[in-house]
Design a protein around this ligand. Structure first.
Ligand code: PXP
Length: 251
């Protein structure tokens, strides 16, 4: 099995929103990514709408449907966004923590805090009861205490936060501690029939040790792809990354 590559196209919308223009087009970005081997398109509809807009969700949904590939909608557990998610029928929903002041998602959901846990639990129930085929993942740290709480919920996957790992990798420091945490998390999730995904901060280089470890079945990568595409084109960036994935089958 080849690990799946989810291409996050949020930052195509970041460029567009920076000037209030209609270009660059997220529809074109989704299309080019899928034509070049992306297994899914990921977008994050943030409460402050800093990049993806409500109309983008519908437009990108049409593209993923046309290609018969999944749309993965990342979102906070906010009731307005939950309603939009229900209306847009994504294949996957990844619940993430969201703070307005942050530049990007800064870590996994805190399921150890009771109020937070209840909010996530409520959102999962509402989404699962309103969308019969939706699959839900939670964006979490690779921490067994947190994963123990996650397994109480009706979820299909956990997306492990790889942001810290990616920073340590970029500094050339030792990554074995992360690989061991990720591997323990994967074993725990597998024993509860929950899939194990990865995302945040990854590049074509930092993803290699993860692909070699065979821990994750799906990766969601955005910022690096869009930045690299500035100089190399989106199509060839996605195509080359997909070739790397194909050289590292899981089984
Ligand atoms: N996965 C999740 C849950 C995220 O919040 C993000 C950022 O939107 C990503 C993956 C992609 O991260 P990056 O843009 O750093 O590759």
């Amino acid at each position: 099995m080849i690990p799946r590559l989810g291409v996050n196209i949020d930052h195509v919308a970041t460029l567009r929103q920076a000037r209030g223009e209609v270009y660059p087009s997220v529809v074109d970005a989704a299309q080019v990514s899928l034509l070049n081997g992306a297994d899914q398109i990921t977008i994050h509809l943030r409460e402050d709408r800093r990049h993806i807009q409500d109309t983008d969700v519908e437009a990108v949904r049409l593209v993923t449907k046309r290609f018969g590939k999944p749309l993965n909608l990342e979102m906070g557990v906010n009731s307005e966004i939950v309603e939009i998610a229900i209306a847009s029928t994504p294949d996957w929903i990844c619940l993430v923590p969201e703070k307005r002041q942050e530049k990007t998602t800064e870590g996994g959901l805190d399921l150890l805090e009771n109020q937070n846990f209840k909010k996530v639990e409520e959102a999962v129930k509402k989404l699962k009861s309103s969308l019969k085929d939706v699959k839900i993942s939670l964006f979490l740290e690779a921490n067994i205490e947190t994963l123990l709480k996650a397994k109480e919920l009706e979820i299909d996957a956990v997306e492990i936060h790889t942001g810290e790992y990616a920073k340590v990798f970029a500094n050339g420091d030792e990554i074995s501690k992360f690989l061991s945490q990720f591997s323990k998390a994967k074993d725990f999730l597998s024993s509860h029939k929950i899939s194990c995904h990865a995302g945040h901060g990854l590049t074509n280089e930092s993803v290699i040790p993860l692909l070699e470890s065979k821990i994750f079945e799906e990766y969601n990568i955005g910022h690096w792809i869009i930045c690299h595409a500035l100089f190399n084109g989106l199509g060839s960036t996605v195509k080359n990354l997909k070739t790397t994935f194909e050289s590292q089958p899981i089984k």
